[in-house]
Structures are given as C-alpha cells and as structure tokens.
Design a protein around this ligand. Structure first.
Ligand SMILES: Cc1ncc(COP(=O)(O)O)c(C=O)c1O
Length: 413
C-alpha cells in the first residue's frame, strides 16, 4: 500500500506559495508588499450583514439547520435566481454552502464515477483542478482562443465517451473572459448532443463590465426538469465582499442531482453555519451594494489596466471578474523569475500563471504522478485589480518600471 494517499498526490495551489512568499518578504524587510497576487477586495460587506450575523448569535439562532440550509434562505435565493438570473428553479434544488468553493467540491463529488473525465479550461482556477482530482475525475483540458474564450468546437473535440461534465467559469478566473448567451448556447448544444453535464461557476456574476452576465442555466428555463443538465454555483464572497463569511450556494438541475448532493452535504457539513445563513438573508437585500462594488472594480480596471495594455503586457482589458492575465514574454521567458524579481526589487506581488495551467498525469486510480505546467503558460502572470485603488496604481507603476528596466537590459536586469 502506498504511504501517500491519493489526496496527498494532488499539487497544492500555487496561490498558497505566492501568498507565503509575500508574507515572508514582509517579515524580512518590515515593508508592506502590494498584494496584486490575491483577490481580496478593498470594499467591505454591508454593515447590516454584520448586524444580522451578530443578532442571530445574540438571540440564540445558532442550532443546526438541514444539510441544504434554511428554507427561508433557499426560498429567498430561488426568488433572486428568478429575478436576477432568469433561472427558474425550486428551493428544493438549492444548497447553501460554506463558500461556493465547498459547493463546487461537493457537486463534483456528487457526480463522479470511477473513470469519469471532467473538462476544464486550459487556463483555470487551480482549486477547480484540485476539486476535480479529489472527486476522482480525470482532468481533460479544453482549449481557449487568443481572447481566452472557449469555442463550442474546441469543447466538442475534447469530449470523449468518458466525459461526465464540462466546467464553465464565466466571468473567468484568471482570464476575465465572459461568455455571452450565444457562446453558452453553442456549448449547451454540445453538452446535449454528447449527453454530458455542465457545471457553471458564476462566482463573479456581478462583475461583467461590457454587457450583461448570462447565467448558463437561464438557457434551460423552458426545458422540463429531466432534460436539464446545468448545475450552477454562486457566491456572496465577491459581490458583497463577504470572503471570510464563507457563504455560497449550489443550484442542481433536478431532484436526482439534489438527492446525490444532499448525501455529500450531510456527510461533509451536517449543515451550513446558521448565523451566516441569517447574514445571507440580509445580504440578499443588498443588491445595490453588489452593483456599487462592480462599479468600483470596473473603475480600477479602466484606470489602471490600459497602461499595461499600452506596454504590451495585456492583450485586451478583461471583460469581467477581478483578474487580468499578463504575458511577460517580451521581457522574460520565465514568469516565476519575473515575479520573484518584482517582489524582491519593488515589493509587489503577482501570481505566476503556470499554476493555473498544470497538466497532471494521473494513474488509473487518479493518483497524480506528475503535474507540469503547459508550456504556453510559462510567461503568463495573474494580476488582481479588485484592491485599494492607490495601491493598485502604485503596484502597476512599479510593475511598469520593472518591465522597462528588464526591457532596457535585454530581459536581464
Ligand atoms: C472562479 C472562482 N470560483 C469560486 C471561488 C470561491 O469563492 P468562495 O468559496 O469564496 O465563494 C473563487 C474564489 O476565488 C473563484 O475565483
């Protein structure tokens, strides 16, 4: 028997490493690092949300709820989904989760059969890959175009008889790509034709800067339940800056999927945190905050990112989300080296994107044997633009200065 478990073979997230490197640097120098490597917003959750949480604790509303979460919150979420997402569903299909991260992991566990494959975008949030491997899925990667959007043809070509589900993340982390109704409809047609499920991660639903967010499951609105195949995940973390509350939700397409998901949640959680669910009930009334927060991040994008485009580091402004993928190929052939130099010389943190493009080789039992990055990702880095505007501006200025220095010295300052 192997001394290392299957989970123990899965690579830890590159974000973990970058986070630690920045902390070490701060401790060593006593100077603050401008943290453009992490997606922590500078705006705060609405005040009334904190009050609702405290009130729930004070008044003793702290008992377990069901594995799905409180009926009142699930009913309110069903109304939100209908009104904001054109997604008609029933509270019975909704699960309140401690962050959409846990919701995604649970959803994958509820779907996976031995030997199944999950399709992921070639550049993806590293946690999606971990969740895929933990659930026992073999990861298969679908290509993204030069604008980081997938095409239905690219996805069709990646589907095999073992494909169980396709993960779609729009707006996307790390690329900021947004898929409109037409692109989603073409992907849905592939899923229907090849009879595979869809997981739609909509954590950044409110952060769409050019046009409107389309919730994938709204395209199945007219279908009877048994013909639906889209499971969706949503989060309170981004829209309302409730990152540490840990609150999200999963919407399953039909009763069978909900039954499987309930088992995973019973086994994983017993129930989500009750005071945090009261926070969610109040937060749902704060749509104005979500709209305001999106305007703040959009203003950051419009002010800080064009200079990166002009410097040849960014192909186009991200259409959504909190992140931009920069290509430093013109000044460095290894993003890790670039990022380390920027941290050491300018106290600015960026995330090398190689960790967003790992290509694990897995055994029959989905143990990870190796996980090298895709060669094309070696010069990519991710920058988060949801932070404090002044820090973002200073960080971008320093990044441009560092880039200019490297360029002037032929890539080797
Ligand atoms: C694409 C994507 N999905 C899901 C999440 C999870 O968010 P949470 O668990 O806070 O809801 C994140 C967080 O960074 C993310 O970037």
């Amino acid at each position: 028997m192997s001394a290392v478990s299957r989970a123990g073979t899965i690579p830890s997230s590159c974000l973990h490493e970058v986070f630690n490197a920045a902390e070490r640097r701060e401790r060593a120098t006593g100077r603050p690092v401008i943290k453009l490597h992490v997606g922590e917003p500078y705006f705060k959750p609405p005040r009334e949300v904190a009050e609702a949480t405290a009130e729930a604790v004070r008044t003793g509303r702290t008992a377990y709820t069901s594995a799905e979460g409180m009926p009142a919150l699930r009913e309110a979420l069903a109304v939100k989904l209908e009104m904001e997402n054109s997604h008609r569903t029933s509270p019975d299909h909704i699960f309140v989760t401690p962050g959409s991260c846990q919701g995604l992991a649970a959803l994958m566990q509820s779907m996976a059969e031995p030997g199944d494959e999950l399709l992921l975008p070639e550049l993806h949030w590293p946690i999606h890959l971990q969740q895929c491997l933990l659930a026992g899925f073999r990861p298969v990667f679908y290509p993204l175009g030069p604008d980081y959007r997938p095409s239905a043809e690219g996805i069709r070509a990646a589907v095999t008889p073992r494909t169980r589900a396709i993960l779609i993340n729009s707006p996307a982390n790390p690329t900021g790509a947004v898929l409109g109704a037409e692109a989603l409809a073409a992907i849905l047609a592939v899923a229907q034709e090849r009879d595979v499920q869809i997981i739609s991660d909509e954590a950044y639903e409110h952060f769409v800067y050019d046009g409107e967010h389309t919730s994938f499951a709204s395209l199945e609105r007219g279908l009877p339940e048994h013909e639906r195949r889209i499971s969706s995940t949503f989060s309170f973390s981004k829209s309302l800056a409730m990152t540490g509350y840990r609150l999200g939700y999963v919407v399953t397409p039909h009763r069978r999927a909900a039954d499987a998901m309930r088992v995973v949640q019973e086994a994983s959680l017993v129930s989500p945190s009750t005071p945090v669910q009261y926070a969610g009930l109040t937060a749902l009334k704060s749509r104005d905050s979500a709209v305001r927060n999106a305007a703040l991040v959009r203003a950051n994008r419009d002010r800080a990112l064009p200079a990166l485009r002009d410097a040849g580091l960014l192909a186009e402004l991200p259409q959504g989300g909190w992140y931009a993928v920069l290509d430093v190929a013109g000044v460095c052939d290894d993003a890790e080296v670039f990022v380390q130099g920027l941290l050491e010389q300018y106290d600015v943190g960026l995330a090398p994107a190689a960790g967003f493009a790992l290509r694990p080789v897995v055994s029959e039992s989905v143990r990870t044997l190796s996980a090298e990055p895709a060669p094309g990702a070696r010069t990519l880095v991710r920058l988060a633009f949801c932070g404090d505007p002044k820090e973002l501006d200073t960080g971008v200025e320093r990044l441009l200065a560092y880039t200019a220095e490297r360029r002037a010295s032929g890539g080797h300052p």
